[in-house]
Design a protein around this ligand. Structure first.
Ligand SMILES: [Zn+2]
Length: 415
């Protein structure tokens, strides 16, 4: 014990010495190369003190946010709901490597820390930052080559979450509930589940998860939907004692679900009154370029990211009543995952009768997929501008998976 204390004292000393150099290196990198400079700063810190992250997290109120979809938005909404501005440290661009997080925490004295964490990194981030609260949105298949199995991920989550003081979790997702149960205390939010194809099998015993309306239960073990502490009634978030309307400047049902988790988290971790937390959500209009509305080449564009079947389902739902043209862009490289066959798990039928253009490295795959669903689409290779050139002026929705989305945002920002 004494050794551990001495080691911690040494670690603190090394960090105190390294922090000014890390800040200087970060500032220099910011000036020379642009960007935040946090990664460079983090690299300096970790070179001097490999255990920088636990030390920098000590004494702070850390909240981690994870899940397949909605983690960036939920993180941004929690920060907005807390209403504390610069007094909250957050990884706005979603960077969650050890270097980026160390750089971020060294750059601020903020007591409250809200971090978005990739599903695969959650157990690691919990070990490193000892969060007081973990917020979980949902768990579904992402790119096939990256997360082979939802069950395996749920299992690593469950062991990683053991001993976490508080887990605020979506009660409508069986894999999330089963993992969250490993935490000490739980707050269940009925945030909804649009995509249920990945939760037919019970994560606890391999039995069958049976759904009836919004309820679900395993037919062979004890796992069932917990009674929600918070739930949505239309756009109104309710609990036993209070309620507040969620007024968002972000589209879609799934964002209302993200907002429900965010307001609950800000209320419980930050003590913000529910109505105040809810009223602050409107300041979030776009998250790392997502849902951004821009004027580009004579069109009013809305650019959206859909990187897995659940994400596409959410966006197709969102666009179901719209009639204006759509540009769908599909790539299959690096972070997208190499195997785009998951597009066969999504029904594109809601797009029948719409003007649809496909682009991207895997445009042909998408074209064939759309044809199967009776959607007549056109392949226009090249830039986004090339596609828009062929479309009537006015509104256009652009949906892409990860690298495709990023390229679209970059093209629009360069203009
Ligand atoms: Zn079961």
């Amino acid at each position: 014990m004494g050794d551990a204390r001495t080691e911690r004292a040494h670690s603190r000393t090394r960090l105190a010495v390294a922090r000014p150099s890390a800040r200087a290196a970060g500032a220099l990198s910011r000036r020379v190369r642009g960007g935040s400079g946090l990664v460079i700063g983090g690299r300096v810190l970790l070179a001097v003190e490999p255990r920088a992250l636990p030390e920098l997290s000590r004494g702070r109120d850390v909240t981690l946010v994870s899940g397949t979809n909605g983690k960036s938005t939920t993180t941004a909404l929690i920060v907005a709901a807390l209403g504390a501005g610069d007094d909250v440290a957050t990884n706005r661009e979603g960077a969650n490597t050890a270097t980026a997080l160390a750089g971020l925490l060294a750059s601020t004295e903020a007591e409250e820390v809200v971090l978005e964490v990739d599903e695969d990194w959650l157990p690691w981030a919990i070990r490193e930052t000892s969060p007081r609260t973990v917020v979980l949105t949902n768990l579904s298949r992402d790119q096939l080559t990256r997360h082979h199995e939802v069950g395996a991920l749920a299992e690593t989550w469950r062991s990683g979450l053991a001993g976490v003081p508080l887990v605020i979790a979506n009660a409508d997702d069986p894999a999330v509930v089963w993992s969250a149960l490993a935490g000490h205390n739980h707050v269940w939010v009925a945030a909804g589940a649009n995509w249920t194809a990945d939760s037919l099998v019970c994560p606890a015993c391999g039995g069958r998860c049976v759904r009836a309306g919004s309820d679900w239960a395993c037919d062979s073990c004890e796992l069932r939907r917990p009674d929600p502490d918070w739930w949505l009634d239309g756009d109104v978030l309710r609990c036993a004692t209070t309620q507040a309307p969620l007024t968002l400047d972000l589209p879609g049902r799934f964002n209302v679900a993200n907002a429900a988790l965010a307001v609950t988290a800000a209320h419980i971790t930050g003590g913000v009154p529910v109505s105040e937390a809810a009223a602050r959500l409107g300041v979030v209009r776009s998250v790392a370029g997502r849902f951004e509305q821009v004027r580009f080449h004579g069109h009013d564009l809305r650019i959206m990211l859909a990187k897995n079947p659940a994400g596409w389902l959410e966006l197709l739902d969102l666009m179901a009543d719209d009639r204006y043209p759509l540009v769908l862009v599909l790539n299959a490289e690096g972070v997208d995952g190499r195997d785009p066959s998951w597009i066969y798990d999504v029904s594109f039928r809601p797009l029948r009768g719409r003007t649809v253009v496909v682009q991207g490295r895997r445009a042909t795959d998408l074209l064939v997929r759309l044809e199967h669903d009776g959607v007549a689409a056109r392949h226009i290779p090249g830039s986004l501008a090339a596609a828009l050139w062929k479309l009537p002026a006015g509104r256009v929705d652009v949906v892409g998976n990860y690298t495709a989305f990023r390229a679209a945002v970059q093209e629009v920002r360069r203009a």
